[in-house]
Ligand binder design. Sequence first.
Ligand SMILES: [Zn+2]
Ligand SMILES: [Zn+2]
Length: 84
Amino acid sequence: MRECYICGSTYCLEQHHVFPASNRKNSEKYGLVVDLCHFCHNESPNGVHFNRENDLKLKREFQQRFEDDHPELSFIEIFGRNYL
Ligand SMILES: [Zn+2]
Ligand SMILES: [Zn+2]
């Protein structure tokens, strides 16, 4: 069952690209897309689109996951940034 990646709620789920904008396609390609409930996603003050700390936490976690899953690839080269 789908649930919010942050709080576990199963209501009002929305898809969030962990690395947005120019990296939206890369997020899809490498599975760096999560389900978030509306409040953890797009509501002030805790939603990742409002709360920089929560956003960074997610990005760090998924960069780490990417590096664990793809030791042969360079996250920094592909995504153009380092969040760790
Ligand atoms: Zn949530
Ligand atoms: Zn989003």
